[in-house]
Ligand binder design. Sequence first.
Ligand code: SF4
Length: 265
Amino acid sequence: MLKSLFQSGGRGPGPKRWTSMVTKAWSPPGGPDVARSAVQRVESGAPLAGFRTSGAGIQPGVEPQDINELDKLRAAAAGCTRCPLYAPATQTVFGEGPADAWLVLVGEQPGDREDRAGEPFVGPAGRILDEALEAAGIAREKTYLTNAVKHFKFETRGKRRIHQKPNASEIRACRPWLDAELRILRPNVLATLGATAAQALLGPSFRVGKQRGQVMDWGDGLTLVPTVHPSSIVRIPDREDRDAAFRALVADLEVARAQAPRGRA
Ligand code: SF4
């Protein structure tokens, strides 16, 4: 019913009026932001992936490990309800990048901007990552960016949505999506960004402060290089400290780049 309401929008009132109507008629978890995002997504022609409409999601009996194409995996993840995080979030933020990427970068989870945009690493942390990749001599367009957890976990304070760290069961629930991405992509190098992504793949005893920048054998021809999440640099108030942290991130990414097949970085 909601979808048909949206789809009749061409004959109806304008976007502001639609937003007002929808937010009055529909109180989704996440509040008016979710309704506003729905209007914007419909108007841009994007699928209503976060709103559990028909046609998206996992078919009964089909698991991530049964899917062998990236587009089909993305479409299935759009309707994932394997853990509670799907409910208040706007949409699944799946990985993005070329299917032949030599490097896969894995962060923790999408942030506020990413949740609204439906794309990974488009907020402030994404900008830091872009700059660090460039400084390390890595072309972002040759990399695939994803997260260990594909929905934004947050708590609402007033109008703000504050990031919340995903817990072990949420990370475990989401792991099949990441495993399926890696199985389909078969990259040469995997770089984990921050403790959550590293611990999701290497276990809870992993300490990013001690083990960052190390070259690890992930098996099956895949090399893993852990480093910090770029959001940790965004939060450093002192300019000199921030610059030093940025240089350290670049140094770790240079280690990853050194593992690239000749001519691929
Ligand atoms: S966070 Fe992952 S497991 Fe949980 S609902 Fe989203 S896609 Fe599914």
